[in-house]
Write a protein that binds this ligand. Structure first.
Ligand code: 9PG
Length: 783
């Protein structure tokens, strides 16, 4: 037996059995016993395996070394070479600084014939064989599995043993875009595939087992979890059938395991933070705030439309101060021919960038440098740049722009150079310091690559790095349609949801009912799902981009649905992009967007992330001049109105008397300790968004306002003395609205910057004040 031990874990390996064990010091946490590993490869068409059965260990080396993850206690096992010549080393490491096991496989072909790598299985464990436990009193019927989607648009959610994985019914058109061909898409109840990482969760025993890779630079990682029958977990690296030539070697990214107590979505933090360290992700940047042309104009956008909206933004700047104007798809003649502009953009996009800049805003441009339309000139002139299937046909990159599109083979240097020239022109010649790079999954499709020795993960990651090197550090890159791991340390912001839409449910060609269950189709429902399930990534891996907020009245979204989208976007802390025609937005709808500025940026906690389905409980912890307060959101995802029943304890807050003020309708409640808020009807697909503040008796208290969705970030100063309260307001805009205060006595006077303020009683001990100020204001209330 070989051992490694830290205060958190004991790792052990019994070579005669093959496999490894991980025991946490806390016996109630998940444990792995004698998990199996396996390398699957081929030599001249013959399928071979390594590592299954007992391990013939020829050398063991124990060492301590410094790493990005603190000091690692490391064990290296050298195995007897396979008869094919394939040699294998395994490295296991326990971190002294973080509660995790890391391990990787290093392969080298010392034979004389090329080998083909199918997959490297890092972990296979079953409950029935006693290899997998989530706690002391296991009942896999209570387990759930958090399954991460392949790329930005791919559905991510938690499943229970009776669920089936959400999948597209028009898979032929969608799957090439949103699924990793190496990750299983099980149709069976209780069986789930996941990309990069996943988590087995037990809400009864309060335990979590997180498994995944720390990066996706070498291979794409896949998981399969089985929650029924013989529950099991498997984690592997996709070899993509790459060729391992004589003398050549390869290794996996670090695989990682975490045995943790289960809490809200911050349970994922130890894993997510390790990934950030491994990929040298810099600290989070500012969240972009702006306007995007796509969701009103779509491909029909013209240079004039852009110009009109620049003007509208300029004239509305005082109440709606946004920075970014992002031109989306529609300026290019066809995807692939990025230097050819449509007649509706007679002067290209450089002049628009200049106009945006002279209006004091940041120009942003959409590009999709890796996908190719079959009718493009690029396709005709450079057939050798196109990624092809074994039969020589261009690969299928999905049905977009009314055609089956295809993709560049970035392992062909000339194709990569072209993609780099496109982004270089956008930044240097056309003047865009912000790029939304879309359809990036196209560079990692299954196909016969020019360089047969590189995995799809290597091709995509190196492609992304090449784009980053081309545009430099000062260009803001937003990844979209991008497999998550390939953006780490490369993009500043990342779309983490599919497209929003002017409809709650997916629809296509007016066929709402048929497309209703589609999990990755453009729809407000689908976007909200991923905005919530991927909220913990924000600020750790990049700035989350939840996609655009549509507030205009002439979509199919009800006001409640718009409020839900606004709440999900604003509370999860990522970027905020409007996408309506701003020249004709009614004032009351514009006010909806204004109340989200400035953006909150704080990461939210998803309380019920371990419960199957789309989460319903979201909490944000805020701190400012008013001290600390919490935002609590409860989403009614049902298709019918539902009565809310909630208490601060449901959101993980201590019991106690609290003020609750609902942002969207201004209702206020005082809840006694242990009392629940009942009988508030939330419309179908609507949200109840509350600011919660513990009651401080005998003192003036800020209960909330309609000035800002956080109901408190608008306050920069707060002083109470001798029956007089001074409140300082500060926002980056002109604001007008109602502020609600609890006061120890009936107000006698109220003024704001010397002007009288009107007030009204709002209930026992509470009053509403009508305020108005230009960026700053000081209100004085006496009682
Ligand atoms: C521009 C858009 C917007 C949007 C992106 C992306 O055909 N399709 O399946 C399909 C999927 C996604 C999609 C467009 C088409 O949206 O997410 O924000 O930039 O491209 O074409």
């Amino acid at each position: 037996m070989i051992f490694l031990q830290t205060p958190d874990y004991t790792w052990s390996c019994d070579p005669r059995q093959g496999g490894f064990s991980l025991r946490p010091a806390q016996a109630a946490l998940p444990a792995i016993d004698n998990a199996r590993m396996r390398v699957k490869f081929r030599q001249g068409g013959v399928r071979l395996t390594l590592l299954d059965g007992s391990w013939d260990v020829r050398g063991v080396e124990l060492a301590q070394r410094d790493s990005r993850h603190g000091v690692l206690d490391q064990c290296e096992l050298r195995l007897k070479p396979h008869s094919s010549g394939l040699t294998c080393r395994l490295i296991f490491a326990l971190s002294r600084a973080y509660p995790m096991l890391l391990w990787k496989v290093i392969l080298q072909n010392n034979g004389s014939a090329p080998l083909t790598l199918e997959r490297i299985e890092m972990l296979r464990a079953e409950t029935t064989a006693g290899q997998l436990r989530l706690g002391v009193q296991d009942d896999p019927a209570a387990w759930t599995f958090y399954a991460n989607g392949w790329q930005s648009w791919s559905n991510t959610c938690t499943y229970g043993p009776n669920d089936r994985q959400r999948r597209s019914r028009v898979g032929g058109l969608q799957n090439p875009m949103v699924l990793n061909p190496g990750t299983p898409l099980p149709g069976k109840r209780g069986v789930f595939g996941s990309d990069f990482f996943g988590a087995l969760l037990d809400a009864r025993q309060n335990t979590a087992l997180i498994a995944g890779f720390l990066s996706q630079r070498e291979q794409f990682g896949s998981l399969e979890a089985v929650l029924r029958g013989r529950p099991s977990l498997a984690l592997w690296a996709n070899g993509d059938d790459v060729q391992l030539n004589p003398g050549a070697g390869l290794q996996t990214d670090w695989a990682a395991l975490f045995c943790l107590p289960l809490g809200d979505s911050e349970t994922l933090a130890p894993y997510l933070d390790a990934v950030a360290r491994e990929n040298l992700v810099p600290g989070p940047g500012k969240a972009p705030v702006g306007w995007c042309s796509w969701y009103h104009y779509y491909e029909k956008v013209t240079a004039d439309d852009i110009r009109q909206n620049i003007k509208a933004l300029q004239s509305q700047r005082e109440t709606l101060p946004v920075q970014l104007v992002q031109i989306d798809d529609g300026f290019e003649t066809i995807a692939g021919d990025w230097f050819d502009f449509k007649p509706t953009f007679p002067k290209g996009v450089a002049s628009l960038a200049a106009e945006i800049r002279s209006a004091d805003m940041t120009p942003g441009l959409w590009l999709a440098p890796f996908i190719v339309h079959p009718q493009s000139r690029l396709m005709r002139e450079h057939p050798d740049w196109i990624l092809r299937t074994r039969s020589g046909r261009p690969v299928n990159a999905g049905f977009v722009w009314r055609a089956l599109c295809t993709a560049l083979d970035l392992s062909e240097p000339a194709a990569l150079a072209y993609a780099c020239r496109v982004v270089e022109a956008a930044v240097r010649d056309w003047g865009f310091p912000y790029l939304k790079l879309d359809f990036l999954y196209a560079a990692a499709l299954k196909g016969v690559y020019r360089d047969p020795t590189r995995t799809r993960a290597q091709v995509l990651y190196q492609g992304m790095q090449a784009l980053r090197e081309t545009v430099g550090e000062n260009t803001l890159l937003l990844g979209c349609g991008l497999p998550l791991g390939a953006g780490l340390g490369v993009v500043d912001a990342m779309r983490i949801s599919c497209d929003v839409d002017g409809s709650w449910h997916p629809r296509m060609l007016g066929l709402r009912f048929l497309f209703h269950p589609e999990p990755h189709f453009p729809a407000a429902r689908n976007a909200v799902n991923n905005i919530l399930t991927r909220a913990p990534l924000h600020g750790r891996w990049w700035v989350n981009d939840p996609d655009c907020l549509l507030v205009r009245p002439n979509t199919d979204l009800t006001l409640a649905e718009v409020q839900t989208l606004a709440t999900a976007i604003a509370l999860t802390g990522g970027s905020l992009l409007l996408s309506d025609d701003l020249t004709r937005l009614p004032e009351e709808r514009r006010a909806l967007a204004e109340a989200l500025l400035p953006v909150i940026e704080t990461r939210a906690r998803v309380i019920d992330w371990a419960v199957p389905g789309t989460p319903q409980h979201l909490r944000v912890d805020l701190f400012g001049a008013l001290g600390g307060w919490n935002l609590l959101a409860w989403f009614n995802l049902a298709d019918t109105p539902a009565p809310a029943s909630l208490s601060p304890a449901d959101f993980g807050l201590p019991a106690g008397r609290v003020w609750l003020r609902s942002f969207w309708d201004g209702q206020t409640w005082l809840l006694d300790a242990g009392q629940r808020l009942e009988g508030v009807t939330v419309p179908a697909h609507g949200v109840l968004l509350l600011a919660a503040r513990p009651v401080t008796d005998g003192r003036a208290q800020y209960l909330g306002s309609d000035l800002h969705i956080a109901q408190g970030l608008e306050v920069s100063g707060w002083r109470e003395q001798d029956g007089e309260l001074t409140v300082d307001f500060r926002l980056p805009r002109t604001a007008r609205g109602t502020v609600e205060l609890a006061l120890p006595g009936e107000p006698r006077s109220a003024e704001l910057d010397g002007q009288p303020v009107e007030w009204q009683p709002a209930g026992e001990g509470r009053w509403r004040f009508a305020v108005q100020f230009k960026r700053e204001g000081r209100m004085v209330v006496r009682w």
